[in-house]
Design a protein around this ligand. Structure first.
Ligand SMILES: [Ca+2]
Length: 179
């Protein structure tokens, strides 16, 4: 009996320790969890446009879960939109952004568009993740921040990849309203 209790306690402590490192569950301070996702893309693969919430793994507030995708040989674009649950928003000045793993060595451009419902909200910094060269942090999951200038409840991440990046693996791990 005591041995069983010890095992249960060990597992519980392990779970707590797993949450304290800033990764895994509870990654975002302000999460889109419970909201919705959508995407549009050209020459992309690894995603299913017939699914209504294909990027659900990017708003589950867990840094370890992700939706992957790639592009064809002619290059292409991927635009992912995440929307907060009804009635939820994130304030001006929040540390918003996305945890993305870009493939190492692939030149690309990526940028954010921020919205409050359908109203565009300017980003005060960091709206362009990277242009022309592989972004800093490519090859590992990296949080790319953006600071909204007004309240937002929607973030759009647009990625544009030139030709000859066929099959390079992209991962969107998580989008945060506040990190
Ligand atoms: Ca996730």
């Amino acid at each position: 009996m005591n041995q069983v209790k010890s095992v249960a306690l060990f597992m519980f402590v392990g779970l707590i320790a797993g949450c304290s490192g800033g990764g895994g569950g509870g990654y975002c301070v302000g999460s889109f969890e419970g909201g919705s996702t959508g995407f549009s893309c050209t020459t992309c693969s690894g995603v299913d446009a017939t699914k209504s919430n294909e990027f659900a793994a990017a708003i589950d507030n867990n840094s370890n879960t992700f939706q992957g995708f790639s592009f064809g040989n002619t290059g292409g674009t991927m635009t992912i939109t995440v929307t907060a649950p009804n009635g939820q928003s994130f304030p001006a000045g929040a540390n918003s952004g996305a945890l993305v793993q870009f493939p190492a060595g692939v030149p690309l451009s990526a940028s954010y568009n921020l919205f409050n419902n359908s109203t565009p909200v300017a980003a005060t910094s960091g709206s362009t993740i990277a242009t022309g060269t592989p972004p800093s942090g490519a090859g590992s999951a990296t949080f790319y921040p953006v600071v909204p200038s007004a309240t937002i409840n929607r973030i759009e991440l647009a990625i544009n990849v030139p030709a000859n990046a066929s099959g390079a693996a992209f991962q969107l791990n998580e989008v945060c309203g506040a990190r």
